[in-house]
Write a protein that binds this ligand. Sequence first.
Ligand code: BGC
Length: 734
Amino acid sequence: MNQGEPAMPNPARTDEHEARIAGLLGRMTVEEKFGQLQQLAWAWNTGPGGGSTGAVEAAARKGLLGSVLNVVGAANSNAVQRIAVEESRLGIPLVFGLDVIHGFHTTFPIPLAQAAAFDPEVTRTDGEVSAAEARSNGIHWTFSPMVDVTHEPRWGRIAESPGEDPYLAARYAVAKVHGYQGDDLSAPDRVAACAKHFAAYGGAEGGRDYNTVDVSEQRLRNLYLPPFEAAVEAGAATVMAAFNTVSGVPAHANPRTLTGVLKDGWGFDGVVVSDWTGVQELIAHGSAADEAEAGRLALSAGVDLEMVSTTFVDHGPALLERGELSRERLDDAVARVLRLKLRLGLFERPYVEVSAEITAPGVGARAAAREVAGRCMVLLKNDGGALPLDATALRTLAVLGPFADSGDLLGTWALPGAPEAVPVLRSLREALPHAVVTHAPGVPADGSDVSGLPEAVATATAADAVVLVVGEPSEISGEAAVRSDLGLPGHQEELIRAVAATGTPCVVVLVGGRPLTIGDWADQVQAVVMAWHPGIEAGPAVADVLTGAVVPGGKLPVTFPRTVGQVPLYYNHERTGRPYDPAVPEEKYVSKYLDVQDGPRFPFGYGLSYTTFDLGEPALSRERISVRELREGATVEVTVRVRNTGDRDGEEVVQLYVRDPAASIVRPVRQLRGFQRVRLAAGEERAVRFTVGAEDIGFWTNDPAGVFTLEPGEIHLHTGNSSHARAHRTLRIT
Ligand code: BGC
């Protein structure tokens, strides 16, 4: 894959580590081995040890615990670590994990927003800042990046994902792994990454969390697996199993994916961790009869470390005794956990330096979060140059809406205790010192209260311009936060219509964790900015974009449908035998809805700027290439010229898509295979180059053994600034 990222090797296996692992395995009892395969949750797993943390401490003391999640703080983690290191028989250190998804103290924009930046540097920055803050607090390992490609805006976890495209998701995955891990996991500012949820969790039917996924082999391999493979290649130290079934087999009990694809196929020698009680849930799934069977299925399939449920430690020794578990598998799982600890340097430095603990977002971290948030925003509409706001002419600005003066802009998976986001109202007041900035929330984020509408309308009427900050609260985004309606909750759309009807120019800033259906209200306002859940520096970043200090350049990493009834709607869909043709809208027997205009409200890859860009036709370095040459590593260069035709400096995301018009398996109408976010001064022109190779042209077949094929024929290479890229050249594969 043409990822444009510096290659970093897998964490190397060292003879020294392997010798130490072998030595330890030789000294461990069966119980101690299963103990290493147990992860308990701090303040959650209760037990006879007494108190909510007693069970964790008791298990650590007996050497029956490998890992703990959710212990936070240098002093706390050191205290628990001391029990394992100083009081257990073998003194094997614990590894502490936590969901540091888009920030520790410094909350960055949600992952979906980061994907919208089309700039892996953004994600690497989050990874680096998060890793340094987390590790200094005793966290060795984050359960991130989540790299589940999804077509489901109803699914709350789309907020945690990089969206609907496997190539973009793979670039995101690589950047996040590099950001967290660097090239030395034992460094005091690095944490181990975890690519999750393996596999196809984003395919949940109906978007209902944890739901069934039934997927063809080719779709599994072409759509869901590439970001995981990229993460593993980039050196991700761990992988988490998914809650869903894949074609009838729960991911936690699936030897084909966990062992066949991941471990044997990709050579992954790190840890597969279960999801929270995911092993025990094999019973509820209807795949295991009892806990012993659940443990046997999961461990045999390839899960190495059990999160929260305790089937491995409770039943493993008896299963082994009865010959229902192999000793090799047990030792392999233990070796993987020990290898992770060795890579993290925990045997040498089990404790964290309390005096070096980062206790709040630093100035540099905040500045990074602000810059990143600005880069993630997507300008969806900007009629008549309504944006940027004209700071010199603006006397009164009304900042309205339930999220205008709100700190609830961190999004899902902000850590408990993380500082709230800076509100937009405060930042606009600071950014526009010469204007009077008025405020009224209008309506709450949800619910039926409309008593504030008249005040909002009056405030809008008295102003020169309005900024309306509306959207989704964080709590209806994320895990188990599934919606059947993608509109703005409560009476927010009514608020927009009422304010727009005043005639005062109106800019809508949308916050949220998923594609929202943007109804007719968008026709009544002048500009719309998708700000996502922008994180701790939400206010300053929104103010930067609205005032033009930052020129927006983000692009949608997911399709925005017109109505929820169109879902799933995604740009990289397969063709039907009866595709809809916009030139013949009256044609009935084609693939379309009767009651909604065809296509998305905004397509994948779309986003405007305060300047304009002109993209030329692509040029190819060669027009023919053979399958053999491709197999041997030959590539084709695609060049496209891009010119900033406006009078402001700005950034454009130049995108390359491939299309295979006739193949043994019907291929998507477009597949993203390259992007570059380029900064161009007003009037500047530049050539952007992409390299296309076998991985960009070939595809996985339905062969369960995993066959990647390259077929002779035509390939269309499209370039443009959204997935509607029209300009193309044909490459002939011989
Ligand atoms: C989520 C995981 C998360 C785990 C630990 C689960 O509910 O699915 O993504 O890492 O909890 O908090």
